[in-house]
Each structure stands twice: as structure tokens, then as C-alpha cells.
Design a binder for this molecule. Structure first.
Ligand code: SF4
Ligand code: SF4
Length: 435
């Protein structure tokens, strides 16, 4: 009875914190501009099945891709077992679904296979990060925080899966000695490898290990579920909507600026202020300098970024030593969203925006280093669109701050004076025909 009450209280607390945190993230994402994305639903579903569920981009690097699939499928499947664990916790029962007999044994053995796969894959990932030291996990933006986050997640997954296997091993031994309360469920193949570790233990010690592992597993999963909302692992939830709402047009497609279209219309109109609404409208802002200038989809991109660094590893600007790292752009956008979100929660009705913006985090040097090749978007496993952010920041720098590299300023000047980017007068254009 006491254990049921304890379980229900803990479970309710974990769900409450989780829902609160999800609502906080949703509010932060909606700090971005409104944008309606509902075209081509069939195409979007197909893309989501291919890229998010089928992990088509992950397997382009086969080792990491296959290991990631083991972690992803394993973690999802093993957590189906959570349903039984939760019901057992609420009703103080034990292996509630064991009435399914042979099928139950098949399920648990499948979960054990994937639990072992998760452990192996996490070890390999830890080695790649900390021993082999793959460069993409050690670039400048991968400071102590992001590095520890990745390691903490991998170690937690190992601990949770080990608890699951230990629980089953102790449970099997208790079944063998006919302990009351432990229903006969058939053999658990993989966890039986752990049995020698517990050989000779008394019944009470085995019950302590089994119950300890059970509580560790369920409490660990509930804490983990809350932790991921603060971590890059949020992608386990957000990858699906992010891919669904991602861009369907060609990667190089650059949308027209609505604000420029309006300005041109005003300039060409014989009576620009005949429409009183134009006069009263807020002055338009060209490009983007802060999160509220981007669509909510860009902020969703930032919260979904897995910090895998695939984009940075293929970026020609980064490879040739420029300061730009496409991954950092989205880490900065997420940090800025969090800092504004926290200030809003702290100041409540008195919230005043600070005088900072994204350009305090992303320098013009980074913005102008991009070659707009879109290699980053091509490899991104969650379909993030990097160049849209870079273009918007550039547009702000040029059109709001008249700040552009010298070579471009010369080009702009020529377009203004000569109607072309070159330093020749329009009258001289046909000179070549004279020869
Ligand atoms: S589009 Fe820009 S940021 Fe992306 S890979 Fe190319 S140069 Fe790098
Ligand atoms: S933007 Fe995409 S490729 Fe780059 S780190 Fe994030 S998830 Fe990985």
C-alpha cells in the first residue's frame, strides 16, 4: 500500500513537471512569428516516415546510423515495458501482463535484446566522443555544458538498461526458488548472463536487488524524461513535428521579402497613403536580428537540434577555418529563446525586453562566411534549414544597419549607379559590339 502511494505521488510529480516544461518550451517556440505550414500533407507525412522514423539521413554514415537506430528502437521498445511497470506500481502487482504466457516471455526477451543493444551502442558512442575524440564533438561551441549533457545521457541510458536486465536476472532466480509473488514467466535469455553475479544470494537479498532495480529503473526513466526537456535529447520528441513541418521547396529557394514587396508597392503607388492602414502600420523591419523576427518553425528547429555537428563537419566555411559553425547558430537561437523565456517567467507582467539580440551571440563574421551551399541542410538528420537564418541575419545587417563586407558594398554601389554589379557605365554596355 505504502509503495503504491509513494509510486503514485512520484509519478504524478514527474508528469506535472514534464507537462509544465513542455508548455514552457511551446510558449518559447511561439515567441517566433506566426507562419501557416499546412500544404502538401501527404508529402509531409512521407518525409516524416522517411527522415524521422526511417532515419534515412542517419544511415548515410552507417556505423553511427545503425547504432543510433538500435538506441532509438531499443529505448522505445524497452519503454513499452514501462506500461506494465507503471500498472504494477499503481496496483502493487507483479508482472501484471505475465498472464500472456509464451508471448509475454517473447516480449521480455525482445526487450532484453534491445536493452543489450542500447548498452553496446552507448558504449561505442562514449568511446567516439571521449576516446577517439571525433572532431565534430569537440569544436569551439561544444563547451563543457553540451559535452557533459551528451555524456550524461549516454551514461543514464546504460544505467537504466542495466537496471532493467538486473531486475530480470534477480526475478528469474526468485522464480527458480519459487518465491511467493514472483509469477513463472519462462526464461529470460540475456539477463540470465547476469545470474552468476547473484548466485548464492538469499531470497531477501534477491528481492532487495529486484525491487531496487525496479525502483531505480522507473524513477530513473521519470527523471530522464524530465531531464531531456533541458537537453539536446529533446529531439526524441521534437524530431517528428520538426521534420513534418520542414521545407518542401528546393533547398536553395529564397523567398521574397514581404516587407520589401510592401515598400515597393508603396513607392509605386500614385497615392501611397490613401490606404490609412499603411500609415498606421508599424514600421517594417527588414531581415531578422532576434528570435521574434523568425518564424516559430526556426525556433522549433533550434529546440530540435541534436547538436550532432554533422552540419559543421561538412560546412566548407568551417572546414577552411572560418568562424562559422552552422550548429552554433541553432544553439545560439535556443539559448536566446531560453533567456527571453526565463526573463518572461521571472518578470511576469512587468516583462521588459532587454537591449540585446541574436547579433550579440552571432557575429557578422560568422554570418558572412557562409557560401550558401546548403551542405548543412542536406546532411541534417532533423531537416533543419540553416541558410534561412543566415539570409535573414544578412538582410538585417545590410538593410537595417547598412553593414556589409567591403566587396559587397562596392557591388551594391554599382547596382545603384550602373544597374549592374560591375563598374561600367550602362552607356558602355554595347561597346563590345563595335569590334
Ligand atoms: S550553407 Fe553555409 S553554413 Fe551551410 S554548409 Fe554551406 S557554407 Fe556552411
Ligand atoms: S543543425 Fe542538424 S546537423 Fe547540425 S547539429 Fe543540429 S541536428 Fe545536427
Amino acid at each position: 500500500m505504502i509503495s503504491s502511494v509513494l509510486f503514485i505521488v512520484f509519478f504524478a510529480m514527474a508528469i506535472t513537471f514534464f507537462v509544465k516544461r513542455i508548455l514552457y518550451i511551446k510558449r518559447n517556440i511561439l515567441l517566433g512569428k506566426k507562419e501557416t505550414i499546412n500544404n502538401q500533407p501527404a508529402e509531409r507525412w512521407k518525409m516524416m516516415f522517411r527522415v524521422a522514423i526511417g532515419q534515412s539521413k542517419m544511415v548515410k554514415r552507417p556505423l553511427a546510423g545503425i547504432l543510433h537506430i538500435f538506441i532509438y528502437v531499443g529505448f522505445l521498445l524497452v519503454n513499452i515495458e514501462m506500461l506494465e511497470i507503471i500498472l504494477d506500481g499503481v496496483f502493487n502487482s507483479h508482472r501484471l501482463f505475465s498472464f500472456m504466457g509464451g508471448f509475454y516471455s517473447f516480449l521480455i526477451n525482445s526487450f532484453e535484446f534491445f536493452a543489450l543493444s542500447v548498452i553496446i551502442a552507448c558504449f561505442v558512442f562514449l568511446l567516439r566522443r571521449n576516446v577517439v575524440k571525433l572532431p565534430r564533438f569537440h569544436s569551439a561551441e561544444m563547451t563543457k555544458g553540451p559535452k557533459s549533457d551528451a555524456n550524461a545521457i549516454l551514461l543514464t541510458e546504460i544505467a537504466l538498461m542495466t537496471a532493467f536486465l538486473s531486475m530480470n536476472a534477480a526475478d528469474s532466480l526468485l522464480q527458480e526458488i519459487g518465491s511467493a509473488h514472483y509469477a513463472q514467466t519462462g526464461t529470460f535469455i540475456i539477463s540470465s548472463l547476469l545470474k552468476p553475479l547473484f548466485a548464492g544470494f538469499s531470497e531477501s537479498t534477491l528481492i532487495f536487488i529486484e525491487r531496487g532495480a525496479w525502483w531505480f529503473h522507473i524513477i530513473g526513466v521519470l527523471i530522464f524524461m524530465n531531464y531531456v526537456t533541458y537537453s539536446k535529447h529533446l529531439h526524441i520528441f521534437l524530431a517528428f513535428p520538426n521534420v513534418y513541418f520542414s521545407k518542401l521547396k528546393a533547398k536553395g529557394y529564397l523567398p521574397n521579402m514581404e516587407s520589401v514587396r510592401k515598400e515597393v508597392e508603396l513607392m509605386l503607388s500614385p497615392n501611397p497613403y490613401s490606404n490609412s492602414s499603411s500609415e498606421n502600420e508599424e514600421p517594417v523591419k527588414f531581415g531578422a536580428s532576434d528570435i521574434s523576427d523568425f518564424s516559430w518553425k526556426t525556433l522549433l528547429d533550434a529546440y530540435t537540434c541534436t547538436e550532432c555537428g554533422r552540419c559543421t563537419s561538412v560546412c566548407p566555411a568551417n572546414i577552411t577555418g572560418k568562424k562559422l559553425s552552422p550548429r552554433k547558430l541553432f544553439m545560439d537561437i535556443r539559448d536566446r529563446s531560453e533567456s527571453i523565456g526565463n526573463a518572461m517567467d521571472l518578470q511576469k507582467a512587468n516583462f521588459q525586453p532587454d537591449d540585446k539580440n541574436l547579433l550579440n551571440l552571432i557575429t557578422p563574421e560568422e554570418v558572412w562566411a557562409c557560401t550558401t551551399c546548403n551542405a548543412c541542410a542536406e546532411v541534417c538528420p532533423v531537416n533543419i534549414n540553416h541558410t534561412e537564418v543566415i539570409f535573414s541575419l544578412r538582410r538585417f545587417l545590410v538593410m537595417e544597419q547598412s553593414s556589409a563586407p567591403a566587396a559587397l558594398n562596392m557591388c551594391f554601389k554599382n547596382i545603384e549607379n550602373n544597374g549592374a554589379p560591375w563598374q561600367f557605365s550602362p552607356e558602355d554596355r554595347l561597346l563590345w559590339t563595335e569590334e
